[in-house]
Ligand binder design. Structure first.
Ligand SMILES: *[C@@H]1O[C@H](CO)[C@@H](O)[C@H](O)[C@H]1NC(C)=O
Ligand SMILES: [Zn+2]
Ligand SMILES: [Zn+2]
Length: 346
């Protein structure tokens, strides 16, 4: 295979990943689960029983039980990127007079990100406990839409506060439940959504900043090599200008690790930035991902959106996404200063 084919395959794979992830993020039936299901169907009958049991147990351990696996993967990937950055890119950048200040930004972001990451892992997301449940019940009103009063969790045997959900991975009910995040091996709930948001932003900033520095370095390398004005002799002995393809090939061969790191970072950056924006949007309209999915396709029992004001006694926008929003500032305030369970004195 020649270089061009390899390069095209590489670009197509990266782009397809980005598109697929963007298209299917948030859907229960992702192509990955469909693919895994189909693979299981095809290979199920011909794989030995012990292997089936082993893979089932592995999947269960990874996705349905608390495990630190993804935290380790996270740290390993980060180590790899920072080692590569420090070992190769840093030196080049110093040579081409990038200031130490801008080169230290990735390390500052790393420190910040690690802080929020640890807070996400350590902080209790707002577990509903026997002791606190009485106070937690008063934090939010039941909307009789997604959350109905008087429902108990069959596992925890406690009344479910509005906006709470039972996390099957952690086996507990969590107040203002957002989702269970395998990357921090914890639920995201009322008490740690703020750290989760900050974590997402610092992580995308980290990926974006390293990608920018690396891109800048590569640009300088190309300009310095004079490849843009170079020419080569083709098979007929004629002078041909070296086109952009030549430059890309040169970069790939000279800095293979850096190029792959850059590809990875760009991919991760778009993924994370998109996800961070989605969560910011949710925070701004006072919704959790849990509520977002629950209310998809929700139709009010009393009315149809088009005729809402005539048929329904509720306010005319009660079927809308931002139904719960009381203004951007208040919504954000609630994320950063989450209401605490109150103990009613009576
Ligand atoms: C957010 O929505 C809940 C209902 O789900 C509501 O009880 C709460 O007051 C809202 N908070 C803000 C700040 O709008
Ligand atoms: Zn529960
Ligand atoms: Zn959980």
């Amino acid at each position: 295979m020649d270089f061009l084919t390899l390069f095209v395959i590489y670009v197509v794979v990266v782009l397809t990943c980005i598109v697929l992830v963007c298209k299917y993020s948030g859907q229960q039936q992702s192509p990955v689960t469909i693919l895994l299901d189909n693979l299981a169907k095809i290979f199920g009958p011909i794989t030995p029983k012990w292997l089936q049991r082993f893979s089932q147990r592995a999947m269960h351990k990874l996705f349905h039980q608390r495990s630190n696996m993804f935290i380790y993967i996270h740290i390993l990937l980060e180590l790899a990127v920072y080692a590569e950055f420090t070992y190769e890119v840093f030196g080049y950048c110093r040579e081409m007079d990038t200031t130490l200040a801008s080169l230290s930004v990735p390390y500052i972001l790393l420190a910040l990100k690690t802080l929020f990451f640890c807070l996400c892992i350590k902080k209790d997301p707002g577990t509903v406990t026997k002791k606190k449940v009485a106070g937690q019940l008063h934090i939010y009103k039941y909307d009789s839409r997604l959350f109905h009063p008087g429902v108990s969790c069959p596992t925890c045997q406690l009344v479910k506060p509005a906006r709470s959900k039972h996390c099957r991975v952690c086996n507990r009910c969590v107040q203002r439940f957002d989702h269970h995040c395998v990357w921090v091996n914890n639920c995201i709930g009322s008490q740690n959504t703020r750290y989760f948001l900050l974590y997402l932003f610092s992580l995308s900033a980290m990926a974006g900043d390293i990608a920018l520095l690396t891109g800048d370095m590569l640009l300088h390398a190309v300009l310095r090599s004079g490849l843009l004005h170079a020419s080569y002799l083709d098979e007929n002995g004629l002078q041909q200008p070296a086109g952009p393809l030549f430059v890309v090939q040169h970069l790939f061969l000279t800095f293979p690790r850096i190029i792959f790191m850059l590809g990875f970072l760009v991919f991760i950056f778009f993924l994370l930035a998109g996800y961070a924006l989605f969560h910011t949007y949710l925070a701004l309209i006072n919704q959790t991902s849990n509520e977002w999915y629950k209310s998809r396709g929700y139709v009010c029992q009393h009315c149809h959106p088009a005729t809402a004001d005539r048929l329904c006694s509720m306010s005319s926008d009660h079927y809308k996404r931002h139904f719960y929003s009381k203004g951007l500032l208040q919504n954000i305030g609630e994320i950063f200063f989450p209401p605490q369970p109150v103990h009613k004195k009576d």
